[in-house]
Ligand binder design. Structure first.
Ligand code: CUA
Length: 158
């Protein structure tokens, strides 16, 4: 069967594009470590205050250089709204909501998750550079949604 040269060229290019796209996914997952934030557990909104970790929201050092941050979202605030950790730290965030759907987006990072009532979401990030990283709610959650913010302060590192 004769295939026109243009047609075979476009078939070949289309095939190569599929290989490139699949390669980009494999490189981002296994080379760059890009992961979707995962739902790790469930907790009823009414039970957040007694759930281990969320009963005392905040940041704790698990071992040198690695921290866990338990953050509770509710209309219209994050608890805690300020997190201080030294530069070079790897932080695993556990986030849940006491009421409605909120969002958790940290500027200048890949952290961008929905906070769904009943779910505990987990996302990990390493903060290498000192500075202030604002975070905010990016799911509309009511009249004061725009005030629902916080900051991660990365200190020192010299
Ligand atoms: Cu919480 Cu918008």
């Amino acid at each position: 069967m004769h295939i026109h040269r243009y047609e075979s060229t476009f078939l070949w290019l289309s095939g190569m594009m599929l290989v490139v796209f699949a390669g980009a996914i494999l490189i981002s997952v296994f080379g760059l470590g890009v992961q979707l934030p995962t739902q790790v557990d469930q907790v009823a909104p009414a039970d957040v205050e007694t759930e281990p970790g969320f009963d005392n929201p905040g940041v704790r050092e698990v071992y040198p250089g690695h921290y866990e941050a338990y953050i509770v979202a509710q209309t219209w605030q994050f608890t805690p709204a300020r997190i201080d950790i030294p530069a070079g730290s790897e932080v695993t965030f556990f986030v849940t909501s006491k009421d409605v759907i909120h969002g958790f987006k940290v500027f200048d990072t890949n952290i961008n998750i929905m906070i769904i009532p009943g779910q505990i979401s987990e996302v990990t990030h390493t903060f290498n550079e000192p500075g202030e990283f604002q975070f905010y709610c990016h799911e509309y959650c009511g009249s004061a949604h725009h005030t629902m913010t916080g900051v991660i302060n990365i200190t020192g590192g010299e």
